[in-house]
Structure formats: structure tokens, C-alpha cells
Design a protein around this ligand. Structure first.
Ligand SMILES: Cc1cc2nc3c(=O)[nH]c(=O)nc-3n(C[C@H](O)[C@H](O)[C@H](O)COP(=O)(O)OP(=O)(O)OC[C@H]3O[C@@H](n4cnc5c(N)ncnc54)[C@H](O)[C@@H]3O)c2cc1C
Length: 552
């Protein structure tokens, strides 16, 4: 039977778009199938903050940050903690990826018109020793234009290939099976879903109106992870993080359903490290939701005080922005699946950023005029103020007594004792007058302000939490927010998928989140952030280039 294309890509997210455009540019005929409508092209990346892990970039150097490949690799290995036999390919991918991030990544993107906001962010700061988890230096480079700005070059290339007849999109085509002959993949088949003009990101109809089969020499699975499917998240929840949370909110749209992972596994693909995932602990319920249970992650600066559900301050070094999974582990050990920030108006104004393109209209809209207000404005950015006013998890009061009483009312658990919270805040406040102190979080604040980027837009001047001049007081109830799948299909450096028998499955490739961003889990246990979009770029590019070569 004649092939419909040289290669079929399952998924029009970032990884799929990168793979497809690389193949089309190499002269191949490509079909991209996606269960969603055309309006959702770009998948999760569109919604993302557009943060990219880059090493020793001109942006870092301009800010006085001295970074290097060796320092980044040290940090990556400290974060990943590779310790399994299955980590052979993940580790090789990690090494290759760090070299990409320290090498051609920035120039490759720049040649396509991609640009970066000049202040580099400092995510996952760790707080252990030099070989432990965390970024030793700021490396989180925000795309000018956020998520849409990272999708744009690849969508542009894809549309051009479409016009040239090399690339065809089949939207509302949901793959249900991989077509196999003698152990090799020869295509996909599935259901045609009814057209649905629903807005991007909202749940679309699943009504089936037809079926399809498409044949090609190769299939690239770029179908994303499992974060939108809480049942799958709970099923794969690792024991080392305690019991799965009873209550979670979703940091991804519903189409991140993990269904294609099961389909690829059923076809013989070897899924590894399925118990490694990356969920956030600073999730807030979106007062203006787009997808079901829509939550937003706060990207916190270092100053908010963090309390567990019982009112105990989180132990060092679990300060805001230090160690996401360390915090998740601690919080789940308390027997409750939420925690609290207590902060001041001065802190929220300077330190709260919300992850997501729609929450950052200044950067997403590429407006310098609006962006500059981050440094000069009296209040917090408008989307943060909107959450403060409308968000179900925000409480604003003029004094601590009223704040704590409202916190107890909001959780309904009545676990917080005013005396206990007051004593901890007053103790911390006594540490604030000297620049050399013993409170590790206050030391962190001083350390952060030595970095010009943090001083400018991310770290409030040290002050007493109970100083009314910096008020009002704010409490935020923090939920667990699902996001990324760190495990995935085991692949070699050409993104070819291994079968359960340890042999490459002919014709089958995986990229992006479905491949654990490469190899089946190049992050190991933890991420340094900005590594997911970058993982889609790198694994999508490798898959596209390798499949183009292999299909002659
Ligand atoms: C709000 C938010 C902020 C983020 N911020 C950042 C950031 O700053 N930096 C960073 O590095 N990462 C960030 N991320 C993570 C990053 O965006 C994702 O990990 C990445 O975009 C995943 O891309 P993907 O192509 O692998 O999968 P997806 O984007 O999930 O795309 C997969 C596509 O496959 C389709 N599909 C699935 N199953 C089928 C099927 N059976 N048949 C047909 N089609 C199917 C889906 O409809 C979807 O379009 C963020 C994510 C979100 C949601």
C-alpha cells in the first residue's frame, strides 16, 4: 500500500512542530496529526512562560554572571541524581543537552528570529552543597513574547512547508493505535473527532465522527505527558514522595491526557522512569479558568515566609524558589496537601510572578513600556493584583490576628495558632536589621540581592514582615499543581524508541515530554527549570533530523 507521507508526527505541540519542520526542510513529506483543533497548535508551549535554560549566554555575561558548561553539567548531575540501570540513555541525553544549551541553542533560535528578555531569572536555587540540587547561577532566560514567542518560529516554518506541499496538518485526528507489521511501525490509525470551534486550551468535544489510517516509513510520537490526567498522576506517584495528594489542581490543559503513552506502550515501546514527575507546590486556583481545575504556578522570589498546614515554618533550605521536589516531599509528609505563604505588599509587588503566557501580558505582548513597570510600579503587576483581589487562595488583612483567623476559615482545618505564627515571624523579623545573620532564608535574601537581576525586579528590600509600612499582610494558600512528566519512552540519541526486548523498534521515534524530553528521562529526578521547552527543541530536532535521514 502506498505511503501517505514519509513521516507522521503525532502531536502538534512544540516537540512535534520542531521535528516536523526539520523533516520538511530536509525535503520530506510530513503529516502532523493532532486531536485538538487548529486553534490549539503549539500545545502547552503556547501557554508557557517561555523560560529557557541557557549556559554562558551574552545575557548572563551582561549581568555579570559567570557560567560555564562544566558548572552547568555539575548542577544538572546534582539535580538529576541518576541512580538506575535505566538511566544509561537519560544520562547520555543529559550530557548532550547541556552541551546544546551551552552551545548552539541560542544562536539556532536567534537565527529564526527568537529573542530573549535581558534579565535572566534564577530558578531552583538549591541550598545544599556544590554537588547537590540547584542552579549555582541564574540561567532562566525568558523568551521575549513568552510561550507564543517560542512557538512562533516553528509555526512559521511549518506554515511555509504547508504552502510548499511538504507538510499537512490533520487536526481533530486522534491516534488510537500504531499500525505495526512484523514489529515495525508503519503508520497510525484512529478517530476523527467532530469539529469544535472552542477557544484554545478549553476542553474540546470527544465525539467521534469517522476513522482514519495513515501510512508512512516512520512515526514520531510527540504527544506530551500525563499532567492533565490526575488518575494517571496518582497511579504513577512515587512512594518516596509519600501518598499522592487528595487534592490537586491542573497546570496543563486537558489534552495532556497521557493516552498516547499507553497506546505506544501497547505497541511495544519501553516506558521508563514513569515515577519521575515534576509538580509544583505553589499552585493557586485560577479565578478566571481556561481548562478544568486550572491552576497557576507562582514563581516566587526568596522573601515570603513559608508555613505548612499546621503553621510550622518549612525547614532550611526549603525556601521559595529553592527545591521544588524537596518542598513537595516535605509537604506530603505533613499529612496535608497544602501549605501557606505569608508576605507583605512590598514582597508581592516585587517578587510574585505567575507562570503562563496569559499571565504576563507585558512580556507576551512584547511591550517594553509595560515591562519596565515591573521595576518602577507602585503595585504588583496587574495579573498578580487581579489574583490578590479575586483569587480564592488569597487573603489580605491589616493585622496578623485577622490574617490567621481568615486562614483557618479558608482551610477549614483550624490548625493555625496565632501565638505560634507570631513567634516565628517576630523571630525572623529580629534577624532583618543586620546584613550578616543566622536565619538561612534571610541570608538567601542578601545573597539574591547581590545579583543585579534579582535586585532590580525579583527581590524586595529586606524588611520586617510585621512592619505596617510594608503592609497590608497577605496569605496565600498553596495547592499542589500537576505539570510535567519526567520519565518517558527510552530513546537513543537519534530519538529512536527501544522496545521491551531492548531492541530499537523500527520506524518509531519519540520526542518532547513523551520521551521524558529525551532518552526516557534526561532530567533524572529533578529539573533546573527552563529545560522542558529546551528539551522539546533538542529532542524534536534530533528526532526530525534522524527520521529524515532514515527515510532515505
Ligand atoms: C503554563 C505552563 C508554563 C510552562 N512554562 C515553561 C517554561 O517557562 N519553561 C519550560 O521549559 N517549560 C515550561 N512549560 C512546560 C512545556 O511547555 C511543556 O513541557 C512542553 O511544551 C511540552 O511539549 P510537547 O510537544 O512535548 O507536548 P504538548 O505541548 O503536550 O503537545 C502534545 C500534542 O499532542 C496532541 N496529542 C496527544 N495525544 C494525541 C493523540 N492520541 N492523537 C493525536 N494528538 C495527540 C495534543 O493534543 C497536543 O497538541 C510550561 C507549561 C505550561 C502548561
Amino acid at each position: 500500500m502506498a505511503d501517505d507521507a514519509d513521516v507522521i508526527v503525532v502531536g502538534g505541540g512544540l516537540a512535534g512542530l520542531v521535528a516536523a519542520t526539520e523533516m520538511a526542510d530536509a525535503g520530506k513529506r510530513v503529516i502532523v496529526v493532532d486531536q485538538e483543533g487548529e486553534q490549539s497548535l503549539g500545545g502547552q508551549a503556547f501557554w508557557s512562560f517561555g523560560g529557557l535554560f541557557l549556559v554562558d549566554s551574552p545575557e548572563q555575561r551582561r549581568l555579570g554572571v559567570r557560567d560555564s558548561h562544566d558548572l552547568a553539567l555539575q548542577d544538572w548531575m546534582g539535580a538529576a541524581g541518576f541512580d538506575r540501570d535505566d538511566d544509561h540513555w537519560p544520562k547520555r541525553w543529559a550530557e548532550a543537552y547541556v552541551a546544546f544549551a551551552a552551545g548552539e541553542k541560542r544562536d539556532w533560535l536567534r537565527a529564526m528570529g527568537h529573542r530573549i528578555f535581558p534579565v535572566v531569572g534564577w530558578a531552583e536555587r538549591g541550598g545544599y552543597d556544590a554537588m547537590g540540587h540547584g542552579n549555582s547561577v541564574p540561567r532562566f532566560h525568558v523568551t521575549w513574547g513568552t510561550g507564543p514567542g517560542i512557538v512562533e518560529p516553528f509555526e512559521r516554518r511549518a506554515r511555509e512547508a504547508e504552502r510548499n506541499g511538504r507538510l499537512t496538518f490533520r487536526f481533530r485526528h486522534r491516534v488510537d493505535t500504531l499500525v505495526m507489521t512484523n514489529g515495525a511501525v508503519e503508520g497510525v490509525s484512529g478517530s476523527v473527532l467532530e469539529p469544535d470551534p472552542i477557544e484554545r486550551g478549553k476542553s474540546s468535544s470527544r465525539k467521534v465522527v469517522g476513522d482514519f489510517t495513515l501510512r508512512a516509513q516512520a512515526v514520531i510520537v510527540a504527544s506530551g505527558g500525563i499532567g492533565g490526567n490526575h488518575d494517571l498522576v496518582r497511579q504513577n506517584w512515587p512512594k518516596r514522595l509519600g501518598e499522592p495528594p487528595k487534592h490537586m489542581i491542573s497546570g496543563v490543559p486537558e489534552h495532556v491526557d497521557g493516552r498516547m503513552i499507553g497506546i505506544t506502550e501497547a505497541a511495544g515501546g519501553r516506558l521508563i522512569n514513569r515515577d519521575r514527575m515534576w509538580h509544583y507546590v505553589e499552585g493557586i486556583r485560577n479565578w478566571n479558568p481556561i481548562w478544568p481545575q486550572h491552576g497557576i504556578r507562582i514563581l516566587p522570589g526568596p522573601s515570603s515566609m513559608w508555613f505548612d498546614a499546621t503553621g510550622k515554618r518549612l525547614p532550611a533550605p526549603l525556601f521559595p524558589g529553592s527545591d521544588t521536589l524537596g518542598q513537595l516531599h516535605y509537604i506530603m509528609s505533613t499529612g496535608y496537601d497544602y501549605s501557606w505563604f505569608i508576605l507583605t505588599q512590598s514582597i508581592i509587588k516585587k517578587e510574585f510572578a505567575l507562570s503562563g503566557s496569559e499571565q504576563n501580558p507585558d512580556l507576551t505582548g512584547k511591550s517594553w513600556r509595560m515591562t519596565i513597570k515591573r521595576a518602577t510600579n507602585k503595585g504588583a503587576p496587574a495579573p498578580v493584583e487581579a489574583f490578590k483581589q479575586n483569587g480564592a487562595d488569597f487573603i489580605v488583612r491589616d493585622n496578623l490576628q485577622e490574617l490567621v483567623s481568615a486562614m483557618n476559615a479558608l482551610s477549614g482545618d483550624n490548625l493555625l495558632k496565632l501565638d505560634h505564627i507570631t513567634a516565628q515571624i517576630e523571630a525572623r523579623d529580629r534577624e532583618i536589621t543586620n546584613p550578616y545573620v543566622k536565619d538561612a532564608q534571610v541570608m538567601n535574601i542578601h545573597n539574591a540581592r547581590r545579583y543585579i537581576g534579582d535586585k532590580l525586579i525579583r527581590t524586595a528590600k529586606p524588611h520586617r514582615i510585621l512592619d505596617p509600612d510594608h503592609g497590608p499582610l497577605i496569605a496565600v494558600k498553596l495547592n499542589i499543581l500537576t505539570r510535567k512528566t519526567l520519565g518517558g519512552f527510552e530513546t537513543d540519541l537519534d530519538s529512536r524508541v527501544f522496545g521491551t526486548n531492548g531492541q530499537i523498534i523500527q520506524g518509531l521515534y519519540a520526542a518532547g515530554e513523551a520521551a521524558g524530553f529525551g532518552g526516557g528521562g534526561m532530567h533524572g529526578y529533578r529539573s533546573l527549570e527552563g529545560t522542558f521547552l529546551g528539551g522539546c527543541l533538542f529532542s524534536g530536532r534530533n528526532a526530525g533530523r534522524a527520521a529524515a535521514k532514515a527515510t532515505g
